[in-house]
Ligand binder design. Structure first.
Ligand code: UD1
Length: 421
């Protein structure tokens, strides 16, 4: 298994191009199941989660061709030849559940393995299933698989999500495009990736309004057609690299970055002492001579502070002046990076969904290990400013979500390498 070694070596400078969003691509790709015509996605990040999605879609009957070294993917599904998403693929990636809505809408029958829990919590899919039932789908749970049937097609309805789940909003939005009549989805997620999905579906011929607000209205259509779509910028990758100059000092430019997709996060960074400037090319972020101050953070659905940037924020606050309180409200077990940061000298007290971080002067390098994607990158960020060597094990998590992570950090002067062990 590979490890990443970082030697803390002071300020960073330079520029980093931000890739297309993993979390957008993971729903845009299954949306291609809704039509028999080719759907081409550009600006696709080259990640192992994308490979897993390709594998899953191929197992269902999708033909896939790639260009531009994998950044452009054309997905064509003349027919769904297999309606079962196997446990072997679903267990690798929870987002596999996103094929359920498209398959049942187009094919009238689907079976998808239940994803089960993961390192950051139980993560049930009850809202996906209740919403599909409201659309007229009959569901059975047999041997760990959700079996869905809608022989007469889906029927438009009004459904209010009990929580603004990102994945459930995506599944129901895709399914409702081919339902008969009007569907009104209330209390939906408003993430930019949801808007990106609605943009794709509209360009495939769907009739959707309200995306980006709490209520989405979908007028069902008979069929959808092919299209070409550019994947939106990855706001989590953007936010992650914005941390580098704040932790290590210096100034960098994030090409393609936009403040609008990370407003509440940018406000917190500014409160902590960051200088953020929007340019025509992206965002410039600097710490310059300013010190980083403690701030309190609560994760929330968009437009609130993203849970996917909580671990990185904790890494920053470890050396801030004062005591910060981090409240994690989206996932129940998302502080597994805390004990690893403590190994590097951080002062963190975790009590349930709250972490109290008391800033120290300097972190020390240490061998550390991470159990999820965002936790892994937070340890690299901590290593940028730590004294000595930090060795991050289990880097396969990073391959799921950060394209060219080592070369991107190197391009801003970080002393980082990947080694085989
Ligand atoms: C997506 C993102 C993930 C991000 C998360 C929250 C993708 C591929 N992943 O995950 O990176 O951290 O949004 O911004 O886009 N829940 C239920 N029942 C459900 C669905 C969700 O109880 O049916 C709970 C989950 O257990 C979790 C919370 O709701 O505690 C948020 O989940 P959700 O918004 O659905 O996140 P994902 O779509 O899984």
């Amino acid at each position: 298994m590979d490890s990443i070694i970082i030697q803390g070596n002071g300020p960073v400078s330079g520029e980093i191009p931000i890739s297309g969003a993993k979390n957008a691509a993971l729903t845009l790709m299954p949306a291609a199941l809704l039509t028999d015509e080719p759907v081409t996605l550009t600006n696709v990040p080259r990640l192992s989660d994308i490979k897993t999605t390709n594998e899953l879609l191929q197992s269902l009957g999708t033909k896939i061709s790639m260009k531009d070294d994998g950044q452009s993917i054309t997905l064509t599904t003349p027919e769904i030849t297999n309606h079962l998403a196997h446990y072997d693929i679903v267990r690798k990636m929870r987002a596999s559940i996103l094929v359920l809505g498209p398959i049942i809408a187009r094919h009238g029958i689907a079976a998808v393995s239940l994803p089960g829990g993961c390192a950051i919590g139980a993560r049930p899919v009850d809202i996906h299933l209740k919403g599909l039932e409201a659309l007229g789908v009959n569901l059975d749970l047999i041997d760990g698989y959700v079996h869905a049937k809608a022989p007469k097609g889906l029927k438009g309805t009004t459904y209010e999500l009990p929580f603004a789940s990102v994945g459930a909003t995506e599944n129901l939005l895709m399914a409702a495009t081919l339902a008969k009549g009007t569907t009104v989805l209330k209390n939906v997620a408003r993430e930019p990736e949801i808007v990106d999905l609605a943009v794709l579906l509209r360009s495939m011929g769907a009739n959707i309004s309200g995306d980006g607000s709490t209520e989405i209205i979908i007028e069902g259509v008979e069929t959808l057609h092919g299209t070409t779509h550019k994947v939106v910028t990855d706001r989590i990758e953007l936010g992650t690299y914005m941390m580098a100059p704040l932790i290590a000092g210096g100034e960098i430019e994030l090409l393609g970055g936009k403040r609008q997709i990370l407003e509440s996060f940018c406000q917190k960074l500014e409160e902590a002492g960051a200088q953020i400037t929007e340019t025509t090319r992206g965002l410039i972020v600097a710490r310059k001579n300013a010190n980083i101050h403690a701030v309190n953070v609560t994760t929330e659905p968009f437009p609130g502070f993203p849970t996917d940037l909580q671990a990185q924020m904790m890494a920053l606050l470890c050396t801030a002046e004062g005591t910060s309180v981090l409240n994690e409200t989206i996932f129940e077990n998302r502080f597994m990076h805390a004990p690893e940061l403590v190994r590097m000298g951080a002062n963190i007290d975790v009590q349930g969904g709250t972490a109290i971080v008391t800033g120290i002067k300097e972190l020390r390098g240490a061998p550390v290990m991470a159990t999820d994607l965002r936790a892994s990158v937070s340890l690299i960020l901590a290593g940028l400013a730590a004294k000595g060597e930090t060795r991050v094990a289990r880097v396969y998590h990073l391959d799921r979500g950060y394209e060219k992570v080592v070369s991107k950090f190197r391009s801003i002067g970080a002393n980082i390498e990947r080694i085989k062990e």
